[in-house]
Design a protein around this ligand. Structure first.
Ligand code: NAD
Length: 273
């Protein structure tokens, strides 16, 4: 069984990026800049933003975090985005989700210049991805894709089952797998027999948010299992896959923590190079 080490892959990716930033700096005397906007005090969001800033700085990129209180008016945020869209020093804009209730998430995503949309959530980027064109790809599925390719270079003809259909994970992941010529089944909360679907899979991507939903007897021998889930439980952080059982059957699996998670931020930074 191959344990897919996302921590190691992410660290190697950051080392490569650091070298590229140094090269660009010495050639052009400028580096790309990432601006992250955080509204409110959501604890996981605060950790994500802190890590994004830390890793961007570590590889030598310019990085700025704009923090607003949770009672921020939508107009103020829209005006800030307009300003950042026009600012040549800002290469990428990321508005950390979730946003407080009074702010319309869709309006905010659509206000970001799609060329500066590092999250890949703008409808133009979503449309380009689903049309098979170049686009900004959401970071978590991009990370999953890179980890998959480490185990299996050629995914053509493989049957992939994606569990979860969120705009953040399941849907973009499906597009990436289609681009690799996989046959893709996308499953969700209304899927009738998830176990039967999973048993057909050469590749399983679990992005659900239910602790250890995917069991050992749901897995075809030698399947590759990528676990996106991050679930807080009494026994600590666990994924959407019952690791102990599934790792006995699968050909390769990502652990939680230390699998997909570390790749997400590394992939965010990768977008600039
Ligand atoms: P979401 O809540 O937006 O979507 C969950 C999806 O799962 C939905 O499409 C729903 O239909 C489906 N679902 C729910 N119950 C199901 C069931 N019983 N069977 C099949 N499908 C079911 O979640 P999300 O934002 O895509 O996140 C999913 C998980 O990934 C969460 O645990 C989240 O914390 C984690 N996550 C991890 C990273 C990372 O960097 N590793 C990034 C984002 C999210």
């Amino acid at each position: 069984m191959i344990l897919i080490d996302g921590k190691k892959e992410a660290s190697e990716l950051r080392d490569q990026l650091k070298k590229k930033v140094t090269e660009i700096k010495s050639k052009y005397n400028t580096v790309p800049g990432l601006t992250v906007i955080l509204v409110g005090e959501d604890p996981p969001s605060k950790i994500y933003v802190k890590n994004k800033e830390k890793f961007a700085k570590e590889i030598g990129m310019n990085s700025e975090v704009i923090r607003y209180p949770s009672d921020l008016k939508e107009d103020v945020l829209l005006n800030k985005i307009k300003e950042l869209n026009k600012d040549d020093k800002v290469s990428g804009i990321l508005v950390q989700l979730p946003l407080p209730k009074q702010i319309d998430k869709r309006k905010i995503i659509e206000a970001i210049d799609y060329e500066k949309d590092v999250d890949g959530f703008h409808p133009i980027n979503v449309g380009n991805l689903s049309s098979g064109y170049d686009s900004s790809i959401p970071c978590t599925p991009l990370g999953c894709s890179l980890l998959l390719k480490k185990v299996e270079k050629n995914l053509s003809g493989k049957h992939a089952v994606v569990i979860g259909r969120s705009n953040l994970n399941g849907k973009p992941m499906t597009q990436l797998l289609l681009k690799e010529n996989c046959t893709v089944t996308i499953t969700h909360s209304k899927t009738k027999d998830l176990k039967a679907e999973c048993l057909k899979a050469d590749i399983i991507i679990a992005a659900v948010g239910i602790p250890e939903l995917v069991k050992g007897d749901w897995i075809k021998k030698d399947a590759i299992v990528i676990d996106v889930g991050i679930n807080k439980t009494d026994k600590g952080i666990v994924g959407d896959v019952a690791f102990d059982e599934v790792s006995k059957v699968a050909k390769a699996i990502t652990p939680v923590p230390g699998g997909v998670g570390p790749m997400t931020i590394a992939c965010l930074l990768k977008k600039y190079y």
